[in-house]
Write a protein that binds this ligand. Sequence first.
Ligand code: SAH
Length: 338
Amino acid sequence: MKNIFNETLESLETYFLNNGEKKFKATQIYDFLYKKRVYDLDKMVNISNNTKEMIKKDYNFDMIKIIKKQEDSDVKKYLFELTDGNRIESVLMFHNYGISLCVSSQVGCNMGCAFCESGRLKKVRNLEAYEMVEQLLLIEEELGKRITHVVVMGIGEPFDNYDNLMNFIKILTCPKGIELGSRHITVSTCGLIPGINKFMNDFNQVNLAISLHAPNDKIRNKIMPISKVYKLDDLMNTVKTYIKKTNRRVTFEYIMLENINDSLECAKELANLLKGINCYVNLIPYNETENIEFKRTKKVQILAFYDILKKSGIAVTIRKEFGGNVDAACGQLRAKSY
Ligand code: SAH
């Protein structure tokens, strides 16, 4: 039995056509689920009983559950329990430009970045599209408001779960459904080149963010094991191809780790690496975790690093911090919910 929230409009149309029904039934179902937010088939008034019986045979409407909420002034963290008992988290951020939701894409993560708590638990499994979609549906319901932006930056590596991610984005952006603008969605990757290559063909309007965190392989290898597989040179070439193809600006995330990647030499090397590339750099003050190996770079050093990039003509910002008080900040997800 399949979950109805896994279906894109197209796949649902195919389902109806294959079963000798008109394809507009898919639009009707989509309208109930995503416009009217009716999740109970019996409450979908204009669907015929025969059709309902057919759908019931093939689909469940299972939902994940919010089991805990933690709140701070401009952030809310949600702990979800999946139908198999696994747990994931989402973080909601209130910005002046809207409300953004940081969704998880996997239970655990296999990328093993040294500084990140989410990867302490090896990947248990991928999230299916419905489990990503429902993070948004349930939080919007709880909030009574629409989420305006989605970032796939929670637990997991989205490009290690490409097909489900793809369906998730299709469901989010479908004009007959949730209708979120592609440009309001950002996918963040630690640099899985095959994923970036597919992404530029499939979604040239969705924003791409790359977790760079180092200006050379030597440092990057120490903190991000994946960089031994996908070298910085190849990654940068792929990003250049992405920009040429999509004409979009790429975000580079750069966590500031004291005495690891935060020297002024690193800043210069980074400026050189990114020169002439249509991008901007988001400097992320490291959120300290139970892993005492890493320390947050001091503010003065972050500013000096920032200045070097700025003076070299690189667009750069220092990330506004959210959620530190409720362990909802980048890299802290999932660490304490066991
Ligand atoms: N796997 C994806 C998305 C999840 S991580 C990726 O790597 O991009 C989202 C961002 O948070 C990444 O840039 C990640 O490197 C960063 N991050 C991880 N741990 C952090 C920490 N302790 N403090 C600040 N940022 C962290």
